[in-house]
Design a protein around this ligand. Structure first.
Ligand SMILES: [Zn+2]
Length: 428
């Protein structure tokens, strides 16, 4: 069955009101799903690839049909502009069209198409927004091409540096400069921030939840309370290698024991700082990693996140203290350093409340959810007020061909977005 048919199977056509059209949204999700499609039903559409470019071109066509004036910046970010009754600061909404390898059909495209569907609905009902509105497509959000991420939105905000771009190579060994040539861009154009970023009053993003909270609460759409900034702590426990058979138990400096204790003692720590904090050890390297060898050292990575900076940083302290106390107790060495530390982004409560009011009008019980994953909103949010909506994800699956959001939930997220944007524009 095609994605289009699957989406329409259980669609509640009563949701086609206020200018919204579920069939149109389903058609567009389906047309996009053909670009970079795989037999698995998923897609591979890496940042700055031919496929990402084709996907942008397809959406640019729809933007133009909807009467938007389309521009592209040096980073390949696309903007479709609708003039308002008056000039004034712009309201922007959008997301990304790139994917991870073997990714799904909703992560990214839903946010772009939702932003565009708002324009279609306005057109259908003869509504002209009071201020200019732009639909945005940010390049390379997932960062799968260069093991980076968010380069489009970072370029847009003028945050990238030459040093950073110098170290980016894709799997084929192509440098960043070679790759962006395909966008008729170059280093200089790429690093010139768009003056547009100074003119935005609000950025709103619809995204799939990538978690199970809305499914549990049986709600189609939720309010995002903030975007967690990850900190990656690299920890190395160094002991003394030895023969597993000949070294008595009381004469060992085994870093694997310390690492094991450390991993299990991290688990209760996030709850001590906040309800939304998390910490994960997902990567461990044991050296020399032999079955009959007491290890010399263990390197591991702790991913530490929260939507607020203070508790997140407190958690970093608690975890590093834990590493040191365990090493001392076991008589071995430990070193640690933070090699990534992204600022978390709390979302203004006033904006969350505005979304909640709109949801109640649409008979949705507001559910407040922190975002554990990073999004373009996180980068824009450093200087621009942002609002974010999550649409329910089936079983919380994402970055996978199984990723699924029903058409009812997709359309509901557009209804909420549209009303929220109108409210913000009119109350301005
Ligand atoms: Zn995404």
């Amino acid at each position: 069955m095609t994605l289009y048919k699957k989406l329409l199977t259980d669609y509640n056509t009563e949701l086609n009101h206020s200018g919204m059209n579920g069939e149109r949204l389903a058609t567009r999700l389906y047309e996009l799903s053909k670009i970079g499609s795989l037999e698995s039903g998923g897609i591979t559409r890496l940042g700055y690839s031919t496929e990402e470019k084709q996907a942008k071109e397809l959406v640019i066509g729809w933007m133009k049909e909807a009467g938007l004036e389309v521009t592209m910046d040096g980073a390949g970010n696309v903007f479709g502009r609708l003039e308002g009754k008056e000039n004034g600061p712009t309201i922007m909404s959008g997301s990304h069209l790139d994917s991870v390898p073997n990714g799904g059909n909703f992560d990214g495209p839903l946010g772009v198409l939702a932003a565009l569907e708002v324009v279609e609905a306005w057109k259908a009902t003869g509504y002209t927004p009071p201020v200019p509105y732009e639909v945005a497509i940010f390049s390379d959000e997932e960062g799968s091409r260069f093991n980076s991420g968010l380069t489009g939105s970072e370029a847009f905000m003028g945050k990238l540096t030459n040093e950073y771009l110098d170290q980016l190579f894709d799997e084929e060994g192509k440098s960043f400069d070679e790759v962006i040539k395909t966008y008729d861009s170059n280093r200089e154009k790429f690093l010139t921030p768009s003056s547009k970023n100074k003119d935005i009053q609000l950025f709103a993003e619809v995204h799939i939840e990538q978690g199970k909270v809305l499914e549990k609460q049986e709600q189609p759409v939720g309010v995002v309370t903030g975007i967690a900034g990850p900190a990656w702590m690299e920890v190395t426990f160094e002991g003394k290698a030895g023969h597993a058979g000949n070294t008595p138990m009381d004469d060992r400096k085994d870093p694997v024991i310390a690492a094991g204790m450390f991993v299990s003692e991290i688990e209760p720590l996030p709850r001590k700082v906040s309800d939304s904090a998390v910490a994960t050890v997902g990567k461990l390297n044991v050296h020399p990693n032999g079955s009959n060898v007491i290890a010399q050292k263990v390197e591991l990575m702790v991913d530490i996140r929260d939507i607020k900076e203070e508790p997140r940083d407190k958690l970093i302290d608690l975890i590093s203290e834990k590493a040191e106390s365990i090493a001392k107790q076991r008589g071995i060495e430990v070193t640690w350093n933070l090699n990534t530390k992204v600022k978390p982004l709390p979302i203004q409560e006033e904006l969350q409340e505005k979304i909640a009011v709109v949801m109640k009008e649409l008979n949705i019980t507001p559910t407040y959810i922190p975002s554990g994953a990073g999004h373009d909103s996180m980068i824009l949010g450093e200087r621009i007020p942002v609002a974010m909506l999550f649409a329910r994800s089936k079983a919380g699956i994402s970055h996978n061909p199984e990723e699924w959001t029903s058409l009812d939930d997709c359309v509901m997220s557009v209804h909420v977005l549209k009303r929220f944007l109108e409210r913000v524009m009119e109350e301005r």
